[in-house]
Write a protein that binds this ligand. Structure first.
Ligand SMILES: [Zn+2]
Ligand SMILES: [Zn+2]
Ligand SMILES: [Zn+2]
Length: 100
């Protein structure tokens, strides 16, 4: 005589490894062999990922640490205009065409 699933009432195939209640395939975790009420795998998957304190602190430190790169876009120095070696003489009346 099959036992009904303690959660949905369908025919149970296994019992929970923790509370030993009957559970069907849909309500028995294949990993931990626990019913949905006792299974912690789904909680870990759906809920926030539990991280060790070290990695959490490390992640927080990584998030808070400043940008390692000094400046991604440094302002280029403006090119200094070279001094005019041959300034126009002021007494020239007509600049005229430059063509030879
Ligand atoms: Zn069930
Ligand atoms: Zn259980
Ligand atoms: Zn599980």
């Amino acid at each position: 005589m099959p036992f009904p699933c303690s959660i949905c009432g369908e025919e149970s195939t296994r019992i929970c490894a923790r509370c030993t209640k009957d559970a069907c395939d849909n309500h028995l975790c294949e990993k931990c062999l626990r019913c949905s009420d006792c299974c912690e795998c789904e909680v870990a998957l759906s809920g926030p990922v539990r991280e060790p304190a070290r990695s959490a602190i490390r992640a927080a430190a990584a998030a808070l640490k400043p940008d390692p790169e000094p400046d991604p876009n440094p302002e280029p120095e403006p090119p200094h205009p070279p001094p005019d070696p041959d300034p126009f003489p002021e007494d020239e009346q007509e600049p005229g065409p430059v063509a030879p």
